[in-house]
Design a protein around this ligand. Sequence first.
Ligand code: NAD
Length: 395
Amino acid sequence: MFNEEQRPEQPIRLGMIGGGRGSEIGYAHRTSAERDGFFNLVAGAFDLDPERGQAFGTNLGLDPNRCYPNYLTLLAHEAQRPDGIQALIVATPNATHYAISKAALEAGLHVICEKPLTFTVAQAQELQHLASQKQRMFAVMYGYSGYPMLHQAREMIQRGDLGTLRMVHAQFAHGFHSQAVEEHSAGAKWRMNPEVAGPTYVLGDLGTHSFHMLELLTELEVDELCCMRQSFIPTRAPLEDNAHVWLKFKGGAIGTLWASSVNAGSVHQQKIRVVGDKASIEWWDEHPNQLTYAIQGQPVQILDRGMAYLYRDNPAICTRIGGGHAEGFLDAWANLYHRYGVALQALEQHDQSTLSTLWYPDIRAGISGVRLLECCVESAQHHSSWVKFNLNAYQ
Ligand code: NAD
């Protein structure tokens, strides 16, 4: 169970780029970062519009002198302060992740960046190299991976409860963009513009979450994949609003991944199903406190968060309140921010034993997501041909 007594003596001074007024994900970062006392937001460049960003930061209660017009000014001024920021959240649209993260690392900051991490694997690797050189933490905000029941699933797979893995299906297929909503929504519009979103739309926006979940649970390594992608709303071309990916893993297991924003009638439909030769498990983010576990030939079991029968010696199967009370999205995010806080302090204190056992989505997860996108684009461009994933060649 989480316990507020674990609070650090001094919170980490945090800055934020993006996440301004009306943004989709800014609030989730701020409230989750501060939940357990590890982080204290003290500075920001929250908005493309400098005046709106400065007014927003001031309304959050920040010192107006630390609400900056842009990220370069923030980095320059914070570096001059004895109490300057130590870590930076990058919550801007995709095109800016690389440049802002790079500048932050060069300024000696720890970074928590949104997904998809960068446009290319080469850029993501450059960030990895820089983070390692500067000995800074680099986390990628795959927020769903903070849900405890996903870690129960991972633990069950590792302990062999499912037997040998055969098949995985992961999907994130909502219906919010079944019509051309981007005509009236700035937050939707940039997602379909290659200059801002990158080489993909739903694959980067949604598919990277599913892919990370798949890697987290199974630790299967992709050997090759093929991808079919469409723009059902033609004006979204060349970017896709729907994509299906077939995956072949090393060792013989296979998988499918479906990313869509035109799955009309659905809210999120983010699900993962893992099938072994003995049993299967299934998780759905609209009911995140439950995990379905089905052993072949036996009645289906619904496992609930917080219950004594879970593998609770795994600290990631953490829980903030007893079973039966629903935990949700912001709790999952706070779980991750708690881990980032622990990781960051361990790094500062050269505490290798904590670092070697602590799990959080780091830059390797970000790179893997970007590699997925590169492979999918290449496959789709070549009539959905099979493409070698070959991530090791990049690391
Ligand atoms: P949004 O369009 O709703 O908000 C973006 C915010 O960033 C706005 O306030 C905008 O003014 C600001 N901004 C843009 N460029 C900026 C710049 N150069 N400097 C400072 N501020 C700038 O976008 P969003 O939906 O919040 O998405 C932001 C990022 O978060 C994207 O990369 C997206 O993929 C990711 N995201 C992740 C999750 C998740 O679950 N992890 C969920 C939603 C979005």
